[in-house]
Design a protein around this ligand. Structure first.
Ligand code: SF4
Length: 199
């Protein structure tokens, strides 16, 4: 799987302290994309997804978030990832996608259906700059939807979504990653020149 990076201790992309995985590749080219660096395919980042995840202590995380890029471009590998995470006891798996849930279901694809059955929450739809109202700390723009598949997590997500948006910065070997749901102003000021890990 083409994976740009993963960071633990992220508190701005879902409830609790999370492992966040950013994948490479997205053809969508949304105006104002928060992750332009991750749009390109990156064969140099091809990794065995299970070996990659084994680097992390999953007993220590409150959940895992998968973002990008577009996770559903590498659906077979995404399925391996979420099944492994479930097998390791991760109870909260959140995936971001630029596809809508309807588009994913219309694929009638075993791997896609497998991912949707295994994850806890899907946040779907393309980023629309003009609909980034700054409201809500789970969605980048108001057209996106939060689909909670695991009912026991609903209260946790609803409580989290009442918190203000925040960005968390990580300094990684010479460059900065900012994780979270940025406002349009933040994107304009920060995300054009720096790498970032918002959605
Ligand atoms: S905002 Fe998300 S869906 Fe849109 S181009 Fe960027 S990575 Fe792709």
């Amino acid at each position: 799987m083409q994976i740009e990076r993963a960071i633990t201790g992220v508190t701005t992309l879902g409830p609790g302290s999370r492992l966040v995985v950013w994948v490479n590749g997205c053809p969508r080219r949304c105006k104002g994309c928060v992750s332009p660096r991750l749009q390109a395919s990156a064969p140099q980042n091809e990794r065995d997804v299970i070996a990659f995840l084994r680097q992390f202590d999953l007993s220590d995380v409150d959940g895992v978030t998968v973002s990008g890029g577009e996770p559903f471009l590498q659906t077979e590998e995404l399925l391996r990832m979420v099944r492994y995470l479930r097998g390791q006891g991760v109870e909260d798996i959140l995936v971001y996608t630029g596809y809508t849930l309807g588009e994913l279901r219309a694929r009638h694809d075993v791997a896609t259906d497998g991912v949707l059955a295994a994850i806890s929450v899907l946040i779907d739809g393309p980023y629309r700059e003009e609909e980034n109202s700054g409201k809500g700390n789970l969605k980048g723009s108001d057209n996106q939807c939060v689909h909670i598949f695991q009912e026991e997590l609903r209260a946790r997500y609803e409580a989290y979504s009442r918190e203000e948006r925040a960005m968390q910065e990580f300094h990684l070997g010479g460059y900065t990653v900012a994780a979270g749901i940025p406002t349009a102003q933040y994107i304009a000021a920060f995300c054009r020149d720096e790498d970032n890990g918002g959605k």
